[in-house]
Design a protein around this ligand. Structure first.
Ligand code: SF4
Ligand code: SF4
Length: 202
């Protein structure tokens, strides 16, 4: 008797499984038959590509990054290298104020280093796309790109100068509406970013 119930339970499980399969089979497909079909920006939006810097709202070519180095420490694969922007030389007025402070026996107030990166390099060939850097950034300056067509033939092709990459993307976005407005129908689609400009060449 027990074996009959077990067989019935197994059959019911099979029916449930086939039901789920049938339901999913009838739904519209979510995958794209690339290269027969184009991957739309909407479809690419869920793609977790190599990380990229996010620009300031008022100046998208400049990163939000404050060079805190948290992402460098958080990365388990050592793929991020950041250096701080150099401290600007004191102006003649600041030099004068510093000399006067020293003469008074006070500690001169030196110009503060800017809270911005001087260099920001990323080696995608080492990246596991774990997302630790994205989570740890206190100013939301890192995000995953959706560059699905990125290709390269050498390992170095995937070492990115992220500041140059951000500036290129900002310039491309700025140029987009101008190109599209007068000849929207005939304008070619913007070329996808490739890994053709590594950090060493940017
Ligand atoms: S996603 Fe992970 S492995 Fe890739 S750079 Fe960020 S912290 Fe490093
Ligand atoms: S990207 Fe974010 S976490 Fe990394 S150095 Fe800049 S501010 Fe810090």
């Amino acid at each position: 008797m027990a074996s009959i119930f077990r067989t019935l339970a197994d059959l019911w499980s099979l029916v449930v499984g086939l039901g789920i399969t049938g339901k999913e089979f009838c739904k519209p497909g979510v995958t794209v038959h690339y290269p027969r079909a184009e991957v739309t920006p909407e479809a690419a939006a869920s793609f977790r590509g190599p990380i990229e810097l996010i620009g300031l709202d008022k100046d998208p070519a400049k990163p939000k990054c404050i060079a805190c180095m948290l992402c460098v420490s958080a990365c388990p694969s050592n793929c991020i290298a950041v250096t701080r922007a150099p401290t600007p030389k004191p102006t003649p007025e600041e030099l004068k104020a510093m000399a006067e402070a020293e003469a008074r026996g006070e500690k001169p107030k030196k110009p503060a280093p800017p809270k911005a990166p001087g260099t920001w390099t990323y080696d995608f060939s080492l990246c596991s796309l774990c997302g630790s850097c994205v989570e740890v950034c206190p100013v939301d300056s890192i995000g995953f790109s959706h560059d699905i067509y990125m290709v390269g033939t050498r390992r170095e092709d995937f070492v990115f100068d992220q500041l140059a990459r951000l500036a290129r993307k900002a310039a491309a976005r700025k140029a987009e509406p101008k190109k599209a407005a007068p000849e929207a129908a005939s304008a070619p689609a913007p070329a996808p970013e490739t890994a053709a400009t590594p950090a060493s060449e940017a």
